[in-house]
Each structure stands twice: as C-alpha cells, then as structure tokens.
Design a protein around this ligand. Structure first.
Ligand code: 6R9
Length: 648
C-alpha cells in the first residue's frame, strides 16, 4: 500500500506539528477538562464558563453538557468580534450558478445584514427559542438567515433546497417552525427550482397535519413572479429597508439550542439532530483551524450546501468564527462544464478546497483536460468528506488536481458529531489513500465486535466513541429516548456511530461504510426505510425493500425491490412512474437507480426482510448469499436471482 509521507512544505508554518499533535492529544484525553478549559477560550464568552464538561453516556441517563454555565452569542462570535480588526475583509465570496455572477461581502456588510434580518425576525414575532425553517438556495442570504436566527436566540432548521414539499412539511411539523425563510426560486445548472411554490405547498400539507407556519420571509433571487399571501408572506428586500442595522445579540446559555438538522437513520422518519451553542462553536472553530491548517487571510471553499451539516460547520460557522473568508457556491460541479470548480478556484484564488468523493469521481470521469485548463496555483490544501474515498479517486485528486504538492485531509464525521472527528493533519500525518488517519482532540474511537467486545490492535469492527467531545449532538429534538435508543443502546455506555471501521497496524483508521440500513448516495445519507415508505405509499405497490449497491459515481446507488398489488402488471412505464413518485415524496436525491420487480421478498419466519441477501443480489454476488435456510420461503431467492440475471 502506498504511503505519502508528510512533505517539508506541508510542515512549513503549520500550527500542528507531529510532536504538538501527540502532546495535545495525550493531554486532551488525560486531562479533558483542562484541555477544553483552555481551548474553550478561543471564542468570546459574555459570561465565562466555570464548569467545562458534564457528560454521561450511561443508558437511561445520557446527558451531554459542555461549558454549561457560560453565556455567549454565536453570531456575535462570527461577526461583531471581527469588526474592529477585519471589518473590511471579505467574509463571504459568493459565486453564482452563472459564471458571470459573483459578489463579495465584507464582515461589516454581513454584520449589518444579519442585524437587519434579526430585526425583521423580531418584527415578525420570532425570537428566543422559536424555530425557523430555512429552505434556501446557496446564496449569502442563507447564511444571513442562519446567523440572524442565532442572533435572536431562535433555533434554525435548514432544509436542503432539493427536498420536496412533503419532506419540507415533515421537517416544519417536526420542529413546529413558526417562520419559513425561503426564496422565490433557486437556480442550479441554469434550471429554476420553485422554492416558494414548494414552500407554499409544504405549509398547506403541514396545516392539514395540524401545524400552522405563521410567517414566510421570501428572498428575491430570480425575480420570478410568485404569489404572496397577505399578512403571512413578506419580501426580505422590502422588510430590510424598514429596520435598523443595529441589533443587540441575545445572551444565550452555552447549552441553549442552536440548530436542528434532520438526518436519515436506519429506521423511521428522519431524526432532528439537535446541536447547542457553546460546544458546537468551539468544535467548529477548532477543527476548522487545525484540520485545514487555516491561516490568516486564506480563502476557504467548502462546496457543501448549507442544507447539510458540512455546509453548516465548514461553509458558514467554522470559517466565520475564525474570521476567515468563505466561498459559497450556488451551482454544480459540471455546469457550464466539468471545469467549473477549478475555474472558480482560480477566479477567487481559493487556498483550501473541501469537497466530496462523489464530485471527485464525477470530475475524474470528465477527463484531465478540464483540470489542466486552470492553474490552481492558489491551492494549498485539499479535503474530502461525506463517504469513503476510493484509492483511484484519491490518487486522481492527489496527482491531477494537487499535482502531488498538496496534502489531502480525508475527514470522517457525521451530522451527529457537529464537526470532524477523524482526519489526517496536514503538517503532522503521513497520508494513506482512503484512510481517515487519526482522531482529533479528545476523540476516543473504539472498535467493538457484534457482541460489543472491545477489539484491540489491528482489527475490523463497529466504530464507537467512548467519551464525549464538545461538538457532539445533545439529543434528538423532542425525543430524548430515541436519542438514547439510537446511539447508546447497541453498545451500552458508548456512542455507536453506525459505521464500520478498521484500525491498521500503524493505528490508522479506515472507515468501511455504514453497517446499518443507511445508504450513502453521493455523500448524502438516505434511510432505506424512507425510500421504502415512499414506494409503498404508491397505490400499485404492496411491498418494497431498498438496499444500496456499488455505484461508480454516487458511491452507492438506490436499488429497489418492489412487489406490486395483486393484479397490477409490471411495466417500464410503471417503473418510471415509481421513480417520479419517490422524487415527489422525498426529492431528486432519493431517485431509485434500479427497480427490480419482486414477486416475493426473502423474509424470516418472523417476517423480517433479509436485506443481507437482497444486497448480495443487487451486487450481482450470487455465490455469497449465505444461509437461506431460515427463510420462510427459500424459493423467492431463486426467483429474485433469476430475474436479476435475466435483466442483463
Ligand atoms: C459529514 C457528513 C455521515 C456518514 C458517516 C459515514 C460517511 C462521512 C466520511 C465518511 C468515510 C469519510 N462519511 N465522511 N465515510 N470517510 N471521510 O458526511 O455527515 O451526512 O451525517 O454522513 O457519512 O458513513 O456515518 P452525514
């Protein structure tokens, strides 16, 4: 296996040398409180904390609190405290979908707009503790809406603009949002996305389910003529003129909720992951600085949409907390063509570029010519996140994009973890393609086998984390029991990540992928249960089972086994109708890649679908179906295998 040793140029001027990492890591686990008592001060507190850590992973008593008696305001940390030293520095570089469209916003301007939006929120009757759903394109106003929410002490729930009205409705109901912030339309690859219309529809759906969203704030993006409901809907550009640019930030407790972000799990509806203010911000700012070795004045570009946790922590909060310059990109990697990313890198002199393997694979497929068209000379560091990166994609990223001069940080983390937990550190770690390398400060990973027995040395197993870190989620919004059940009951006393991992003989960590019923499609988490419930909500479908299968670009594709109602005839038209149906129910990211008609599904005698077998069939791995003797009707497997083979 190849190892890329740390280059001298990566060590040059780095904050974390190998010695310092080892020294700090040791202290961060041996004297957790002392370590964070010191590093918690990197952000500004209104009232300093005296208590650092108060956490328990014990089943029945899971409770996570960091810096609990401190008070602060997150937007003041990201804005106000920078005004004196860097008011005129660019905070956000916005790059529109159209290559002609871009904007630079200084800290002073961003601060003024956030204050205005905070004042608009207040005028709409929204404040401390209220929930705000944000359904926006990647425009600066999305960040403004988030920061303004934090400023008034509200709790935001950002919903990815690619989600359907149904999905948005479920999230607005789940969080009982009072306000929806949206735009007239979004713009992606030249195509318009009817955000306001979707929002209207979602509000109707929620109202039927008994939840009334009271107000809608609409940002004008494309200028489309969208209907406005008198008394309920307000234009941001009009309200903005009526309010002042002064807004006192609310003094919040460290453990006051900051945001809810819905994410897919192995069962049931998406969970509202809740993050609070103090610990999250410390973690966001600390990881952003050290993992990316972020240096004063650098331009940082995380390509993630703010609809995902990566967009929260590394497009908005981490870089702004550190007084950095962050790029927000509205478009997609292959529009107008596959050279767009590298063009943007040159255009805005990007120093750090952080993206997902799925994008890397797609661009790799488009050929090296697009990369060569740009100089990329500003780049100093590359990052990867969202799914395991295969060695081929890693090597292309390293050789072709980075010309073997840039380190790659392959960062492993989750919505639940708030920020990066495992990663190489550019000036300290030799790189192994595909390995997330080593744990960040205070992160204590552990491998356990199926019975929960701890594995030592080089081993393969289920990845747990045995103690808390400041950025950890605090609860599932409104359902603490589900929080304990999902993360702390499988291996009592440990946080179970849902991922499998391997630790090699050098102590490097390799994430092998989800071991639960979550699939990772283009770096986005999708619960197989969600897609199944969308499929069975179609009148012609009686049953469905969904599994992931290897996909060249997306990492995993969505493979659906569908049993039709008695008397319904399978057809290609019906397959297309089902694809459309799932897109309407959830959104385009949940589009089934393959549908296979299944006269029956392999089930145990107790009625449990044996997904293990379905995964093997989807992977064309018929030799490894394993024991089918516990099935209620082993013959269904033969049927499925035969259908699968005939399809070719
Ligand atoms: C940040 C984010 C989390 C799941 C996680 C894992 C996978 C993320 C990874 C990775 C291998 C990496 N994942 N980063 N797998 N290597 N560097 O992606 O959050 O959307 O919640 O997904 O993504 O399976 O459990 P989220």
């Amino acid at each position: 296996m190849t190892i890329v040793p740390v280059k001298d140029s990566w060590k040059n001027g780095t904050l974390l040398t190998r010695e310092r990492y080892l020294d700090w890591y040791r202290r961060s686990v041996e004297d957790v409180e002392g370590f964070w008592r010191e590093h918690g001060r990197r952000i500004s507190w209104i009232k300093p904390y005296t208590v650092v850590k108060n956490t328990s992973f014990q089943p029945g008593a899971v409770s996570i609190k960091w810096f609990e008696d401190g008070t602060l305001n997150l937007s003041a940390n990201c804005l106000d405290r920078h005004l004196e030293t860097r008011g005129d520095q660019t905070a956000i570089i916005w790059e529109g979908d159209d290559p002609e469209d871009s904007r630079r916003i200084t800290y002073r301007e961003l601060h003024a707009d956030v204050c205005r939006m905070a004042n608009v929120y207040k005028s709409l009757g929204v404040g401390r503790g209220d929930r705000i759903s944000i359904y926006m394109p990647m425009i600066p106003e999305a960040a403004v809406a988030m920061l303004a929410s934090a400023r008034v002490g509200a709790i935001h729930s950002v919903v990815f603009g690619g989600f359907s009205p149904d999905a948005l409705a479920g999230r607005m109901e789940g969080s009982t949002s009072k306000l929806l912030v949206t735009a007239d339309e979004g713009l992606r690859a030249g195509r318009k996305v009817p955000l306001k219309a979707n929002g209207d529809r979602a509000i109707e759906i929620s109202a039927k389910a008994g939840h009334q969203v009271e107000k809608v704030l609409v940002v004008r993006r494309t200028g489309a003529d969208v209907p406005m409901v008198e008394g309920r809907d307000h234009w941001w550009h009009e309200e903005r003129e009526r309010v002042s640019t002064v807004s006192e930030p609310e003094e919040m407790g460290a453990e006051d909720p900051l945001f809810i972000l819905y994410t897919s799990g192995s069962t049931g509806k998406p969970k509202g992951v809740l993050h609070t203010t103090g610990g999250y911000l410390v973690w966001a700012s600390m990881t952003h600085q050290y993992v990316f070795d972020y240096r004063e004045g650098e331009v940082f570009w995380c390509t993630a949409d703010v609809g995902w946790v990566t967009g929260h922590t590394y497009s908005v909060y981490g870089p702004l907390a550190n007084g950095g310059t962050t790029v927000m990109f509205e478009g997609v990697p292959n529009y107008p063509d596959a050279g767009r990313m590298w063009e943007v890198v040159d255009k805005h002199a990007v120093n750090i570029f952080y993206t997902a393997p799925t994008a890397i694979r797609a661009l790799m497929g488009a050929g090296d010519g697009f990369v060569a068209r740009a100089s990329r000379k500003s780049l100093r560091l590359l990052g990867s996140v969202g799914e395991p990166i295969n060695p081929e994609a890693w090597n292309w990223y390293y050789r072709t994009v980075g010309e073997e001069r840039l380190p790659i940080v392959d960062t492993w983390w989750q919505t639940e973890t708030g920020g990066i937990l495992m990663t190489p550190l550019p000036g300290a770690t030799d790189l192994k393609p595909g390995s997330a390398a080593i744990p960040f400060f205070s992160v204590k990973p552990e491998l356990v086998d199926g019975e929960g027995k701890t594995l030592y040395g080089a081993a393969d197993g289920n990845l747990c984390i045995t103690d808390s870190w400041p950025g950890q989620m605090r609860t599932v919004y409104g359902d603490h029991e589900r929080f304990e059940q999902t993360y702390f009951s499988t291996y009592p006393g440990k946080y179970f990540t849902g991922d499998g991992a391997r630790r090699d003989e050098d102590g490097y960590w390799w994430i092998t992928g989800r071991v639960d019923d979550v699939i990772n499609v283009s770096g986005h988490r999708m619960g197989t249960a969600e897609v199944e419930s969308a499929l069975v909500s179609h009148p012609k479908v009686s049953e469905a089972a969904v599994v992931g299968y290897p996909h060249d670009v997306k990492g995993q594709g969505i493979y659906c086994y569908v049993t039709l109602m008695n008397g319904e005839a399978p057809s290609d038209d019906l397959k297309q109708e089902l694809v459309r149906h799932v897109r309407n129910e959830i959104g385009p990211i949940a589009s089934p890649d393959k549908i296979q008609w299944a006269p029956g599904l392999p089930k145990t005698r107790s009625g449990k679908i044996m997904r293990r077998i379905l995964r093997k069939i989807a992977e064309d791995d018929f030799g490894a179906l394993g024991d089918t003797s516990t099935l209620a009707d082993p013959a269904v497997v033969d049927d499925l295998v035969e259908n699968r083979q005939n399809r070719k």
